[in-house]
Design a protein around this ligand. Sequence first.
Ligand SMILES: [Zn+2]
Length: 444
Amino acid sequence: MDGGAHMKNKFLACAALALLTAGASAQPLPSYDLLLRGGRVIDAKNRIDGVMDVAIKDGKIARVAPGLSAGDAIKTIDVRGMVVSPGLIDLHVHVYNGTGEKGSYAGDLSIPPDGFTFRSGVTTVVDAGCAGWRNFEDFKDRIIDRSRTRVLAMLNIVGNGMRGGKWEQDQADMDGEATAKMAQRYPNVVVGVKAAHFAGPEWKPIDEAVIAGTKAKLPVMVDFGSDKPERPIYDLLNTKLRPGDIYTHAYSGLRQEQDPATQGPSKGLVDGRKRGVYFDTGTGGGSFKFMLAIPMIKQGFKPDSLSTDLHTGSMNSSTKDILNVASKFMVIGMSLQEVVAAMTAAPARQIKREDLGNLSPGSVADIAVISVQKGRFGYTDMLNTKITGTQRLVAELTIKDGKIVYDLNGLESLAWNAPPGDVKLDSRWTSFPRQDPALGVTAR
Ligand SMILES: [Zn+2]
């Protein structure tokens, strides 16, 4: 081909592209905004575990089925070899950041959610009691309403929340009625009541939390504080808590969770589970030990939900993030299907938000695409002891409300020297619009 013919062909190609683009804008939109093709879909609520495609339209799940056509979507992403899960729900985190209060979970010990969620496949977090009824609205204004992450909350039974010992031990500020009232004011956001960190021998925080939970029809989550003979764990799990309430830090061993003779779960946990109390990990900085978890799980006591208890301490020590917790539990006896369920459908059920944590058509399109890396990986616990595993779960792509919010390896990105996409169409499926010099649009 001579130079003239080459130029001519190039011109024709450009003209054809222009025509095509003009034509496309006049056409009706494809059936789907985004199609994830060929991943292993694990959706516990719908009992799906198989290679399928997931189609998204208008921020909602449109279809989950094998063999959907790429031609029906504006954008198709190949996720073969990866796991496609509903967006992960971390049932126990601390995100009341930004008040400036030193040494407080209603302040410096909390983390800003968006910086630590999407990069782990998490689209929903439940703040576990950083705020009580007195400061909840400040938390809502400051964090919940401003975050892209879906932030739900359990109200601390202490009116002042987790501001430190002076407040958290104040029994006069534990008010079930006031807590229920605030919860009922924000039913879409408040999903539970939290009792935590109590060092006294009294049952007051538990009793008031159950009053609040009963009035507002919400579950109570308990961090059982200091181990006190006056309030045994057996009574907590079999007399005080109701079916549907949640015991967090289940593998800490700090409060008689383990039977010293069998090394398995203590009778309180076994009987509590039979009544319908849920057991959550909340691994945190000091709430998870292999020497407990390994024999307890070997004897069949697996957690109902996997959560991190994420805060500035735990994220830098043994917990790190929810996929590290899940990878760790895979080493000690849970399957991939079980850990995915324990971060999606199970926590959704516990907080009575069964609209979340599944891929049912019509559900909000929150999705985590996860790769299972093979190699040698170390996992640690609160005593800084270690176990080695051969797998690690890694968040590849996170989608919130139908839009890509995190993409580790640029799965959806175009080659750097490819023509830019259509910024307007792209905005239907990604929060990262590409720069289009022709339209003068800059990427966010
Ligand atoms: Zn916590």
